[in-house]
Design a protein around this ligand. Structure first.
Ligand code: SF4
Ligand code: SF4
Length: 355
């Protein structure tokens, strides 16, 4: 049976009042939050936007969603896990400060922000899934322990996965740094020597001496690397990075991580995709990157595969072409959806209900 995806058009993302009216109508008509029960602890998974990024879903819209959750008698916290890369979301303290700086305060949103800490054992958990790539997923415990999850995702392009929506928000976004690296590459990162200044930060930080500097460039010994990602975080020049040729594999691993996060959330997960301010790259980029499509609208569903396919189709229809393929020709973003369907996470076929 096809899953229903509800869609409401948004003409101008900057008209916050109108967007919120449309969002309220979408939540009411789609009943996407109706699975939430009294006293449920609900994790709202979102991306607070890297410093300098302007694409992220605005706190004013989160207010509407949090009010909807709280009206069910549930309690909720907004959350995101820390990143692999150097930036303001690399550790919990800076990440929290950035969330506040971007307006995600209790006063504005009606809920607190919690950022799990990769360095605290009690904040991380291993989930056994025994899939093709991932046997044990390394996740932030907060999302696993929550009674329910609401994924609020900004739908946009992505250098590795073609596009990013609900599956990316859940699969990559709920993983610890170790889990994120496992999804990005087999173990070792790659050195983009053109960017490398030979500063030696990666050599200093590597716990297993897998890096040395030769002719003023970083050289990595993959046989020694344990995939801790510390060098990616330490590099000030974006020279230590994931391998973009590994896109298809990353998408499959991301789907497997989504399976781990949603494993015990049957009928306890809802997905809201904002297809507005549609950028070429994800909100991890610490800059305003090019808009590739007009504002399209907001979608809601209980099926993470259907909502991403509907978002993809709706944006492409507005562009008159496959805009994600146009800006990321090396990536077939639909791979994540095909594999997620195979894993039983949802349906690629959907019924679009336009409001
Ligand atoms: S990922 Fe960790 S172990 Fe591997 S080279 Fe980088 S710092 Fe060293
Ligand atoms: S930290 Fe980055 S720029 Fe510095 S040597 Fe290592 S790879 Fe090169």
């Amino acid at each position: 049976m096809k899953s229903k995806v509800y869609f409401i058009a948004v003409k101008d993302a900057n008209d916050t009042r109108v967007v919120n009216e449309q969002l309220k109508k979408l939540l009411r008509e789609s009943k996407v939050l109706d699975f939430i029960r009294k006293e449920d602890k609900v994790a709202v998974k979102l991306h607070f936007g890297e410093e300098g990024n302007t694409g992220f879903v605005r706190p004013q819209h989160l207010r509407v969603i949090c009010d909807g959750i709280i009206s069910k008698g549930a309690v909720t916290l907004l959350s995101d896990a820390n990143t692999l890369y150097r930036g303001k979301r690399l550790n919990s303290k800076d990440h929290l400060a950035l969330a506040y700086a971007h307006g995600f305060t209790r006063e504005a949103v009606g809920a607190d922000v919690f950022i799990p800490d990769d360095n605290k054992k009690e904040d991380i958990v291993d989930i056994q899934i025994n899939q093709k790539f991932i046997k044990t997923a390394k996740c932030a415990r907060f999302f696993i322990d929550a009674d329910a999850i609401v994924a609020v995702s900004h739908f946009k392009g992505h250098i590795l996965t073609g596009f990013g929506g609900a599956l990316k928000n859940i699969g990559m976004g709920c993983a610890t740094r170790e889990g994120k690296l496992a999804q990005h590459c087999d173990v070792a990162p790659v050195v983009y020597t053109d960017n490398c200044t030979g500063c030696g930060e990666c050599e200093i930080i590597c716990p297993v001496k897998a890096i040395h500097i030769e002719n003023n460039k970083s050289v990595l010994d993959k046989a020694k690397c344990i995939g801790c990602a510390s060098c990616i975080a330490a590099c000030p020049s974006m020279a230590m990075f994931i391998d973009i040729e590994a896109g298809a594999k990353t998408q499959e691993k991301m789907a497997e991580y989504s399976l781990a996060v949603l494993k015990d959330k049957k009928e306890k997960a809802g997905f809201i995709n904002f297809a507005i301010r549609i950028n070429q790259e994800c909100d991890c980029w610490g800059m305003d990157n090019p808009r590739i499509a007009p504002d399209v609208g907001i979608l809601a569903s209980c099926d993470p595969v259907s909502i991403d396919k509907a978002s993809y189709d709706t944006v492409n229809k507005a562009c008159g072409k496959d805009i994600f393929k146009a800006v990321h020709p090396k990536q077939d973003g639909l791979e994540q959806l095909r594999y997620a369907q195979e894993l039983g996470l949802g349906n690629i076929d959907y019924e679009l209900v336009e409001l």
